[in-house]
Ligand binder design. Structure first.
Ligand code: ADP
Ligand code: ZN
Ligand code: ZN
Length: 749
């Protein structure tokens, strides 16, 4: 008869997640012994009964069968948050393809507690009446210290220990004597480091507009009726989505349940956090990548101890251990940063929906430019769709100009500013209003090449071109390699070697040259490397310390700048050539978000989109903010070429220091995939592309090969992944090669 075995983790802490012990599952426990369940098992020589979590179930014994002990019992406690998170980890491993260990490490935090600060408070241990009687006695005995302390405690319920020993000048012996008598008590409370700087709570009372009210009320009504589902709010920037979120959050926490709110890290500014803090006070906490491990662990404990109800943060906030989670909100749900770039390569949106279903929560997605994935589901009725089509108050959507750069060149304009953009910049500078100039970084390589022989300077470790920096050095943005700019071409010796393309630094220089009267700030990867660099630049711009902010996609998020009345997009279509199927979607998002920066207050805004392809549907639809038309055209294209979300793609990356081994392993996997397709009669519905050298064929001296498998239906692709995983584990070459699965990759390999 078949036997089942469970892998059990005894000590569920980050360092010990890979230490599992195998136990047999007695037949009568088969139903209850599921992944994540808490089991009682005999442990060690003395068979001490201890508890552990089941993290995997198999039919293969790892030891001699008679040496495997059976599980004693399963503890029935569905509420245990660890069980839920382990279950979620298993689902992540299964759905996105990773090891269980990597998946567990994603959901369980590193236990790293810095000695917590303590707050001691002193209270009466008797009733006020009894204290008053005792006070009379102390006065009679002329015991001044006791009198002072009791008088104070009769007035206020509690006092901080430091105030008692400090300001009131009461001896510690007095405190301990009174404590022994039971007249007072001292309580020790752990103070967690709260990453939010305290500020006065000031409730701004905002009346929701009719449109906002309808959405909030509808979601709240369904929530109260016990309906749990996923909602998508498609609302233009500045239409008041955040106010709607806060209204729903308020209802959910009123019912004693908790909320996780995901915001892309880049939009998680002080301004945003303060908005939530002002409404919900210290019941919220934030998570971000700049927190130390100790601080993160504190957040984890505060959530577990129910000291907070709302966690705001990027992707990793999804694993906050709330036991009564009622709602997950994902703002800017289209953001690529919700997809993990290291294994497990999970998508936060999908994990959120899974976690919500495990804990009986609803999910609210919001965006001005929803992902095609979410919009498709909304169209099909899987998500409930709402839209907010106008901006709040007087703020009008900006006027948009499309400028054809080919025409500019014909008219002998060789600068990066079209006539229209230059005219509007002059105008704004004269009015003392602000301007944002936006460069689409993708495609703007800033690479260095020889005009005689065409030689391109490349990183010696990676297969990508080096970027020229003002410092005079060439830098690899991938591995950090740095070298001097050569005086002549290393290939042909010509001295005509120079940097091409236009980076942010170059644009900054050109702005300064063309508009010498303007004060210019630049925001890109280089200027925001330091802690808070990003915040500082935005704050300076917000204080009007500069007239023009030049930057990459970073500048389109976060802050509201009421004085910005002009946004220039220097070459809108460059990112259309990024070479992956999401290029148009990303360009559309960038154009809409960038346009959304102009005219946020009562001053009207204008946007200039400069492009070489004014007729491209991405440009035409973005310029009028017509998401629906963009969606239809883009979806038709994806459907035709079987790209997500019309179909699904599994990418398998094989990497090795040894090029031949990487190639050989990739080809063996490709063969296995083909066999599988033939065996399952799926050659009409499954397409295998490759194996081939990856676009980034070498990184950090590691060679990379990639196989893409396309299929309409996701589950079929997961089954294929499971099969290939087994095959790969048996391959001799696994010793020398690293492999990774990535479903519906965000970037090409
Ligand atoms: P979104 O999240 O869609 O970009 P926000 O919620 O940030 O929009 O709203 C944009 C601006 O309008 C904010 O300054 C916000 O305080 C304000 N606002 C939102 N709703 C209202 C309302 N009903 N009445 C007045 N001001 C509002
Ligand atoms: Zn490199
Ligand atoms: Zn040359």
């Amino acid at each position: 008869m078949e036997q089942k075995y469970a892998d059990i983790i005894i000590d569920i802490s980050h360092e010990n997640l890979d230490k599992t012990y195998q136990y047999a599952i007695p037949k009568e426990l088969w139903d209850k012994a599921v992944i994540g369940a808490l089991a009682v098992v005999p442990f060690g020589k003395g068979n001490r009964q201890i508890k552990g979590y089941i993290v995997d179930i198999t039919t293969a014994p790892k030891l001699k069968v008679e040496q495997i002990k059976p599980i004693s019992e399963i503890v029935n406690d569905a509420l245990i948050i660890e069980s839920q998170l382990i279950h979620l980890a298993y689902w992540i491993k299964d759905t996105f393809g990773s090891t269980m260990n990597d998946a567990l490490k994603t959901v369980i935090p590193v236990k790293k507690q810095i000695k917590a600060k303590e707050k001691k408070t002193i209270r009466l241990g008797v009733t006020v009446e009894e204290a008053k009687d005792y006070l009379v006695e102390c006065k009679r005995k002329n015991n001044k210290g006791r009198v002072r302390l009791l008088e104070e405690l009769i007035l206020q319920e509690e006092l901080e220990f430091e105030i008692v020993t400090g300001k009131l000048n009461i001896a510690r012996t007095t405190i301990s004597d009174l404590e022994k008598l039971g007249i007072i008590t001292t309580d020790v409370e752990k103070l967690y480091r709260n990453p939010i700087r305290k500020q006065e709570l000031q409730k701004k009372n905002i009346e929701l507009t009719t449109q906002q009210r309808l959405i909030a009320d509808d979601i709240i009504k369904e929530y109260q009726e016990g309906i749990r589902k996923t909602y998508l709010i498609h609302g233009v920037t500045g239409s008041g989505k955040t106010e709607v979120y806060m209204e729903i959050i308020s209802e959910v926490i009123k019912e004693g349940r908790e909320v996780i709110m995901l915001i892309p890290e880049i939009a998680l500014t002080y301004q945003t956090v303060m908005r939530f803090y002002k409404r919900f006070g210290n019941r919220i906490s934030i998570m971000n990548s700049r927190l130390s491990q100790g601080e993160r662990y504190d957040q984890y404990l505060r959530a577990k101890n129910k000291d907070i109800d709302i966690m705001i943060g990027p992707r990793s906030a999804l694993f906050t251990p709330f036991e009564n989670l009622g709602l997950i909100i994902i703002d800017e749900e289209h953001e690529g940063s919700y997809k993990s770039e290291s294994p497990p390569k999970y998508h936060g949106r999908e994990v959120a929906i899974k976690r919500a279903s495990l804990s009986g929560a609803s999910v609210v997605l919001g965006s001005a430019t929803p992902s095609l994935e979410s919009y498709k589901k909304a169209m099909e009725g899987e998500y409930k769709l709402y839209s907010l089509s106008s901006r709040i108050g007087k703020a009008e959507l900006p006027k948009i100009w499309i400028e054809d750069l080919r025409e500019e060149l014909k008219n002998k304009n060789k600068t990066i500013f079209s006539v229209k953009l230059r005219e509007l910049i002059e105008d704004r500078l004269s009015k003392n209003q602000q301007i944002m100039l936006f460069i689409n970084r993708r495609g703007y390589a800033g690479f260095v090449s020889c005009r005689s022989c065409g030689h391109v300077m490349k990183c010696p470790h990676c297969d990508i071109s080096l970027t020229y920096h003002k410092s005079g050095n060439l830098i690899c943005h991938y591995c950090g390699h740095e070298e001097l700019m050569p005086g002549k071409c290393p290939a042909c010796g010509s001295k005509y070697i120079a940097a091409f393309g236009t980076g942010t630094q170059k644009v900054e220089e050109m702005v300064k040259k063309e508009f010498p009267q303007a004060r210019v700030l630049r925001m890109d990867m280089d200027t925001t490397k330091n802690k808070d660099g990003h915040e500082k630049i935005l704050a300076a711009f917000s204080n009007h310390e500069a007239d023009i902010l030049v930057g990459t996609q970073m500048i389109v998020k976060g802050h509201d700048f009421p004085m910005v009345t002009l946004v220039g997009i220097l070459a809108a279509d460059l990112s259309l050539y990024a070479g992956d199927y999401r290029a148009s979607e990303r360009t559309f998002q960038l154009l809409v978000q960038a346009s959304g920066r102009a005219g946020r207050s009562s001053l009207p805004g204008e946007v200039v989109i400069q492009t070489y392809q004014p007729e491209h549907y991405t440009i035409t639809t973005a310029s009028v903010g017509d998401y629906e038309s963009f969606y239809e055209k883009e979806y038709a294209y994806r459907d035709l070429l079987m790209y997500p979300p019309a179909a699904h793609i599994l990418a398998i990356l094989v990497a090795s220091k040894d090029e031949n081994k990487a190639e050989e392993m990739a080809s063996q996997i490709g063969e296995a995939a083909k066999q599988w397709v033939i065996l399952h009669l799926e050659s009409k519905s499954t397409f295998i592309i490759g194996p081939a050298a990856a676009q980034l064929a070498r990184a950090n001296d590691i060679y990379r090969y990639v196989i893409y498998i396309k299929k309409r239906e996701y589950n079929g692709l997961v089954q294929m992944k499971n099969y290939l995983e087994e095959v790969m584990n048996r391959m001799e070459l696994t010793k020398d090669c690293m492999t990774q699965f990535d479903f519906n990759p965000m970037n090409s390999y």
